[in-house]
Design a protein around this ligand. Structure first.
Ligand SMILES: C[S@@+](CC[C@H](N)C(=O)[O-])C[C@H]1O[C@@H](n2cnc3c(N)ncnc32)[C@H](O)[C@@H]1O
Length: 185
């Protein structure tokens, strides 16, 4: 499904608009801030996500990024540790599936409640990570991405500081400070 124009993601914008405010998460996972869908679309397109690829959002919040990836045709999965956000994501994903029913393909959305640090990354073609300013956590995720991603997989580091020692190629499409894209060699 095309998501290049703002009109393509208008139903998604409507489902997610103004419904989740920034707050500290219930499980100590850090700050929850929802991303802007148009920025996520640009990042996902720059990472070259294609139909049929596996997409994984580490800390999926209210599920908006996972739903957007599913609209492109990815097998989209999110892992969220905050129980309320996880529940909100399930409810909104159901609305998204309903809104796009009858489109060219059925959306593949999987939402898991848990700690993404326990989740293996080896299957993913594109990993999305919006970590915010938690330096300790960014370092943990850095190690995990370097160790576990398969060759050719891409990591979108979204609105989080550039990861200096991530041993991957930094794609030229990166546009700091909004996102960086790394490709595992
Ligand atoms: C900045 S928000 C981004 C939400 C979503 N990806 C987006 O872009 O709209 C980060 C999310 O990661 C979650 N989180 C933080 N640490 C986590 C962990 N170890 N496992 C699962 N979720 C985690 C937080 O609860 C929060 O919802």
């Amino acid at each position: 499904m095309a998501v290049r124009n703002d009109a393509d993601i208008a139903p998604l914008e409507q489902i997610f608009s103004g419904r989740t405010s920034p707050r500290y998460t219930m499980d100590g996972g850090g700050l929850y801030v929802a991303s802007r869908l148009a920025d996520v679309r640009d990042a996902i397109c720059a990472a070259g996500l294609e139909r049929g690829e596996r997409f994984l959002d580490l800390g999926s919040g209210d599920g908006r990024v996972v739903c957007l990836a599913a609209l492109i045709g990815a097998k989209a999965k999110g892992i969220e540790s905050d129980p309320e956000l996880h529940q909100a994501a399930i409810e909104r994903a159901a609305c998204v599936i309903e809104a796009y029913r009858g489109s060219e393909f059925a959306l593949e959305i999987e939402l898991t409640h848990g700690d993404f640090l326990d989740h293996p990354l080896g299957d993913a073609d594109v990993v999305f990570y919006y970590g915010g300013g938690n330096v300790r956590r960014v370092k943990e995720v850095n190690g995990k991405l370097s160790r576990e991603m398969k060759p050719g997989a891409r990591a979108i580091i979204f609105r989080t500081q550039k990861i200096p020692d991530l041993k991957m190629e930094l794609c030229p499409a990166s546009r700091p400070p909004y996102f960086y894209i790394y490709r595992k060699g």
